[in-house]
Design a protein around this ligand. Structure first.
Ligand code: SAH
Length: 354
């Protein structure tokens, strides 16, 4: 397979350009074209000699990602993207408007192999990892779209399709490139990475001491409940996961944020709240409560608004910081995996309703 220059960090690109026998300032030019001007083709790089442009076009790949569908929520203006990858696969992204600036959610894998029973992204398994170039493309295409509408992207969350820590090296290179000051220059403090709890990878991430926010999808206060919905809990028991989170905080100084999807009758009772408080004691962590999104195949449903609020109140009253996530884009299938899923179904002959 041909190398994709957009997947290379600046250091790696400098090496590559040197190996081509080109002067080193070409690396700077190419990097700027790819990540500042967000060129989509080597032929656009007008300050490179024609012969070099041709060499790049014929000897290197540049992943072609396009926005196949763009849906805007009539309720809150949230924009959902269905991205088409060069091999015909699809992933999703969501752009949300907040007072402090736009937030973009992107996918890190095509499909997912973690198997959480409530999640639409995992229903057809993992198709493949996304390359750094493809993840960057998701951001650059959404940024261009935002700019065309007088908006901008102030923060990024890796909470779309896929398990970011299951695609560790590509995600790390993607973050290095995205945050580079001669690239898109998005500061790590404006980036969140969400994981279902791959303990070994949490330690590997801690070693990098990045200033990003680590979100851990907990969704249960104990192993018994967690194993019912999250197969990863069979590999990594909750005690080991919480220990890793405490160590992560010690090593990086960054507080962890826990995701907790409330499922009616499964994990949303007062005793579950009390158990959660005990589990997270002293971590200074934040709990993000999400009334579960219904995925047709799963049969889980959310509880009443009052029970969600009661759960949040119980946590806060007992010193555990918690908020209820505001739901955006409910009319456009904005929750992760839902749109790709309906596309797959449509391709297989089902119907798609918008
Ligand atoms: N694989 C990573 C990131 C992608 S999922 C992870 O597991 O964290 C982003 C978040 O959406 C996770 O917290 C996930 O558990 C949650 N999620 C998935 N399906 C959901 C649903 N039907 N309702 C509410 N949250 C859901």
């Amino acid at each position: 397979m041909m190398k994709d220059l957009r997947s290379l960090t600046y250091e790696q690109l400098c090496e590559e350009v040197k190996a081509m026998g080109q002067p080193s300032f070409r690396a700077k030019q190419i990097y700027s074209w790819l990540h500042e001007k967000r060129a989509e083709d080597y032929s656009e790089m007008s300050n490179l000699p024609a012969a070099l442009r041709e060499k790049l076009s014929s000897e290197y790949a540049l992943a072609k990602v396009s926005i196949e569908r763009r849906m805007v929520s009539k309720i809150d203006g949230t924009v959902k993207y269905l991205f088409r990858l060069e091999d015909g696969e699809h992933v999703e992204g969501v752009r949300m408007a907040y007072k402090r600036g736009g937030s973009l959610c992107i996918s890190t894998q095509c499909g997912c192999r973690m198997g959480c029973t409530f999640c639409a992204s995992t229903l057809t398994g993992l198709c493949r990892n996304l390359t750094p170039s493809e993840m960057l493309s998701e951001v650059y295409l959404a940024a261009k779209d935002a700019e065309e509408h007088g908006e901008k992207i102030a923060s990024l969350v890796l909470m779309g399709i896929g398990e970011p820590l299951d695609n560790f090296d590509n995600v790390m290179d993607f973050l290095t490139i995205l945050s580079s000051d001669n690239g898109f220059n998005l500061g790590m403090r404006h980036i969140s990475l969400s994981t279902c709890g791959l303990v070994d990878k949490i330690y590997k991430l801690a070693e990098r001491k990045l200033q990003l926010t680590l979100s851990v999808s907990l969704h249960a206060p104990n192993d018994e409940i967690r194993r019912r919905t999250m197969p990863v809990a069979k590999r990594w028991p909750i005690d080991e996961l919480i220990k890793a989170c405490r160590d992560y905080f010690d090593i990086t100084g960054r507080r962890i944020s826990f995701e907790y999807a409330l499922i009616d009758g499964v994990n949303d009772q007062p005793e579950h709240a009390m158990e959660l408080i005990k589990l997270l004691k002293g971590m200074g962590a934040h709990v993000n409560l999400i009334p579960v999104n219904k995925v047709n195949e799963t049969g889980y449903k959310r509880g009443k608004r009052e029970s969600v609020e009661a759960f949040a109140k119980l946590l806060n009253d007992n010193g555990q910081n918690a908020t209820i996530r505001r739901e955006l884009g409910s009319d456009i299938n904005a929750a992760c995996g839902q749109l790709r899923r309906s596309t797959i179904k449509t391709e297989k002959g089902g119907t798609l309703s918008e």
